[in-house]
Design a protein around this ligand. Structure first.
Ligand code: NAD
Length: 291
């Protein structure tokens, strides 16, 4: 398949490399001067999109997505599949899809879970929105870049699933961090705390697979001085997107709102560039009546 890949950052570059490795002809473009092994470099987004069966975007936000779509849509081949893997607001995702559809393209919003590690290993999870025909055409590519793809519904459904999942993650990570801070103050050994919680009703991904307490549970960023991993500012981005969506549809998300406020305070104080699980040492420094 001939694939255009726009946005070759931390996530996009390894994803494009895996597609090239998988035998596809990949033409890549990024505003920054990057080249990816196995991929041809285009000189513009429009050139990367021209004559391709599929165009994939992996961009920072909704504004970048809309700007790139405005540029590429007139150059894309009618009938081509356009897959946006970025995490963006639901409204921008739906608007990008409508513009693409109007030009005879097959749009899929397909944000991912799994981070840079998953992008490199080809083990991402894709949550996709779009018509069944578009999803069916995109699915073999999801199979190369990842290990699971769920068709969530119409355009925007992938982004909706992503921000709901990450709202759970942000809330659960804060809950786990709070509990480990309290346990420590109560004199509990973090290993004993892990042994109990990971096999009890408090078990969750934030404890069992990504424990924020160093030296406890499977290897995680906590064991590497909280180097990301999944950076706190990316968690903040996703929590803010969840709150934007909740505002738009009038959904009550009191814990999501609180989690967004806590990550905002964390990123603005000391959290930028640290893993999102570094909320644990941050909370440990706060006074009882903080937050
Ligand atoms: P990144 O900043 O490393 O990469 C984004 C790339 O897009 C950059 O290289 C930038 O130069 C390029 N870009 C921006 N505007 C452009 C334009 N108009 N034309 C061409 N290129 C342009 O970010 P990333 O970590 O690769 O994340 C990409 C997306 O994936 C984001 O939406 C992010 O929220 C999401 N995501 C990231 C992770 C993660 O762990 N990094 C995990 C899941 C989802």
């Amino acid at each position: 398949m001939k694939i255009g890949f726009i946005g070759l950052g931390n996530m996009g570059a390894p994803m494009a490399a895996n597609l090239a490795d998988g035998g596809h002809e990949v033409t890549g473009f990024d505003l920054a001067d990057v080249s990816v092994e196995g991929c041809v470099r285009a000189s513009s987004a429009a050139q990367a999109a021209e004559g391709q069966d599929t165009v994939i975007t992996m961009l920072p936000n909704g504004a970048a997505l809309l700007a790139v779509y405005e540029e590429i849509i007139p150059h894309a081949t009618p009938g081509a599949v356009v897959i946006d893997c970025s995490t963006v607001d639901v409204t921008s995702a739906r608007s990008a899809a409508l513009t693409a559809e109007a030009a005879g393209l097959l749009p899929v919003d397909a944000p991912v879970s799994g981070g840079v590690g998953g992008a490199t290993a080809g083990t991402l999870t894709f949550m996709a929105g779009g018509a069944s025909e578009a999803f069916a055409k995109a699915e073999p590519l999801f199979g190369i870049m990842g290990q699971k793809a769920v068709h969530c519904g119409a355009s925007g459904a992938g982004q909706s699933a992503k921000i709901c999942n990450n709202m759970i993650l942000g809330i659960s990570m804060i809950g786990v961090c709070e509990a480990f801070v309290l346990a420590d103050r109560l004199g509990l050994d973090p290993q004993k705390m892990f042994d109990v919680v990971s096999a009890s009703s408090g078990a969750c991904w934030s404890v069992n697979s990504y424990c924020p307490a160093p030296g406890v549970g499977p290897a995680s960023p906590a064991d590497n001085d909280y180097k990301p991993g999944f950076a706190a500012e990316l968690m903040l981005k996703d929590l803010l997107l969840s709150q934007q969506a909740a505002d738009e549809v009038g959904a009550a998300t009191p814990m999501g709102r609180k989690a967004a406020a806590l990550y905002l305070e964390f990123v603005q104080s000391e959290g930028k560039g640290r893993d999102f699980s570094a909320m644990l040492p941050h909370l440990a420094t706060l006074a009882r009546d903080a937050g």
